[in-house]
Structures are given as structure tokens and as C-alpha cells.
Design a binder for this molecule. Structure first.
Ligand code: NAD
Length: 267
């Protein structure tokens, strides 16, 4: 069972990209409960509206529209936050084009042979260039001014290959650009952790395992067979680790990839 640690993030101001997804929404809820001030962001649309409906009445919650693939929007993001009188000390590069997102939009990526350069580049632009642009803007606007933590979000499919056969007959599949960007994001973590280490900034990667989100019994069985603990994760179990990384308890940890995957990566 996930455990709430009241006050774990008291005094923290957390800025999250792509906050309206299954994990982002969980982080927002758990961080507010842990005493953080949360600046959520996402593309405009139903996920953003749900976040605002869920938390709009909470004075510790704010929402900003942000497309991380848009350089002008990212360039202005910390100025907007500072103008609100807020000083983010934790930033989560969480936004991504994911298999779930594509399936939900009725546009799963085609098989590898039919993957277009534009699909590949669109994924790189959001998942990797977007994270780079957010980090670059942190460097320009906040790093060195007060202690800050950057957490980049990778995946179990960053340093490990997918078992392609588990997707046979499923309405979704893993796609090449996803793993390429998730491996790349840890490269960004390593580079930046060293670059910012003497400027009161830590940088870490979290690599979540397969998170249950209404998947079929058959898919759960297939994934479970690849995981030491034999099952998919609950979103709150990823949030438990994320909250730790956002908290003061992680102050001496930088440049690491944190696998939260029930043992998938160990096999
Ligand atoms: N759910 C999982 O099983 C899982 C496993 C490993 C890693 N992850 C990673 O965790 C993170 C969150 O995943 P999730 O499951 O909540 O995904 P999700 O698909 O439910 O949500 C992704 C969010 O990113 C947003 N987004 C997409 N493009 C954007 C853009 N250009 N600008 C701003 N926001 C944009 C979407 O609107 C959406 O709210 C992602 O980085 C994902 O790759 C998820």
C-alpha cells in the first residue's frame, strides 16, 4: 500500500510538465497531499480541464498551459512562474508522447518498417528536445539562485529492450522512438548532473515500470511474467519514489537512474 507522508514536501514548489496523464495526475494529487505547492502544466484539452476541475479550488495548485515542443512557450515558462511570485525548486520533465497517448487518440504508431520520419521526429521533439529546452531554461532562469532538483522521466524501456511479443494482438505496441528518447533522457541527466553539481542543483532520472491503467487480463499476465514481483505497478507506487526524489531526503543523490519497476530491470 502506498503511504502518505504528510509534510514530506512542505516548502517545496514543484513544476510538472505533461501533468494530466495517468502518472502526472497521480503526482499532482500526492504532492499536494504531501504539502507541496504544485504548478501543473500540459497541453490544452480534456486532461488539462480535468486537472483544473480536480484541484482548481486548492490554493496550493496552479495550472499553466505548456506545449514542451514549442520553443517560445518553454522560453517564457519560468518568467511566467516567477511573475506569479513562485520559485520552483523541483522540476519534473514528465511530458511525453507515449503509446497510451497515441492509442487514446486512435493513432497508434505503425510498425517499424512503416514509421515515418515525421512520427520519429515528433516523438524526439516532445520527449527529448522538450526536456532539453525546459532544462536549458532552468539554467538561464533559476539554477544557482536557490537549490533545485530536476527529475527527468525515462521508462523501463530506456536501458532495456521491449519484449515485442507481449504486444502481439494488443491494440498498442512499443515504438522505436520511445525507447530512443527514454535512453537519451538519461544521457541528458548524466550530462547535466555533472554540469550543475556545484550550483546547488541535482538531476536524476526515474524509470517507471509498466503502470496498470485498465489493461486486459492477458496483457497483465504477459507483463507480469517479465517482472520479478509478477505484476504491473499501481500509479501510486511510482509516485512514492517520485515524492522521495522531490524531497530533501534525496539531497545527496544526483546523476542516477532510479528503476521503479518491480524488478523488471534486474532480469
Ligand atoms: N504509464 C506507464 O506505464 C509509464 C511507464 C514508464 C514511463 N512512463 C513515463 O511517465 C511519464 C508520464 O506517463 P503517463 O503514463 O502519465 O503518460 P500519459 O500518456 O498518460 O500522459 C502524458 C502526458 O504528456 C502530455 N504531453 C504530450 N505531449 C506534450 C507536449 N508536447 N507538451 C506538453 N505535454 C505533452 C499529454 O498531454 C499527457 O497529459 C511519461 O514520460 C512516460 O513516458 C510511463
Amino acid at each position: 500500500m502506498p503511504r502518505d507522508l504528510p509534510g514530506q514536501l512542505a516548502g517545496k514548489t514543484v513544476f510538472i510538465t505533461g501533468s494530466g496523464g495517468v502518472l502526472g495526475g497521480t503526482y499532482v494529487r500526492r504532492m499536494l497531499a504531501a504539502g507541496a505547492r504544485v504548478i501543473a502544466s500540459d497541453l490544452p484539452g480534456a486532461r488539462a480541464e480535468k486537472l483544473k476541475a480536480d484541484h482548481g479550488g486548492n490554493p496550493a495548485f496552479a495550472f499553466l498551459e505548456l506545449d514542451v515542443s514549442d520553443e517560445d512557450q518553454v522560453t517564457g515558462i519560468f518568467a511566467r512562474i516567477l511573475d506569479m511570485g513562485l520559485q520552483p525548486n523541483v522540476v519534473l520533465n514528465n511530458a511525453a508522447i507515449t503509446g497510451e497517448l497515441l492509442m487514446g487518440a486512435g493513432k497508434p504508431f505503425p510498425d517499424f518498417a512503416n514509421t515515418s520520419v515525421s512520427d520519429w521526429e515528433r516523438t524526439l521533439r516532445t520527449n527529448l528536445t522538450g526536456a532539453f529546452m525546459v532544462a536549458r531554461q532552468m539554467d538561464r532562469d533559476i539554477v544557482g539562485k536557490w537549490p533545485v532538483k530536476l527529475i527527468n522521466v525515462a521508462s523501463m524501456y530506456a536501458l532495456n529492450a521491449p519484449h515485442h511479443e507481449i504486444y502481439e494482438g494488443m491494440p498498442f505496441r512499443s515504438f522505436s522512438a520511445y525507447t530512443a528518447t527514454k535512453a537519451g533522457i538519461h544521457g541528458l541527466t548524466l550530462w547535466l548532473a555533472a554540469y550543475w553539481a556545484r550550483r546547488q542543483a541535482t538531476v536524476n532520472t526515474i524509470a517507471p515500470g509498466a503502470v496498470f491503467n485498465g489493461h486486459s487480463e492477458e496483457f497483465q499476465r504477459r507483463v507480469g511474467g517479465l517482472v520479478m514481483q509478477g505484476r504491473m505497478a499501481q500509479p501510486d507506487e511510482i509516485a512514492d519514489a517520485m515524492l522521495f526524489l522531490c524531497s530533501d531526503q534525496s539531497d545527496y543523490i544526483t546523476g542516477q537512474i532510479h528503476h521503479v519497476d518491480g524488478g523488471f530491470n534486474g532480469w
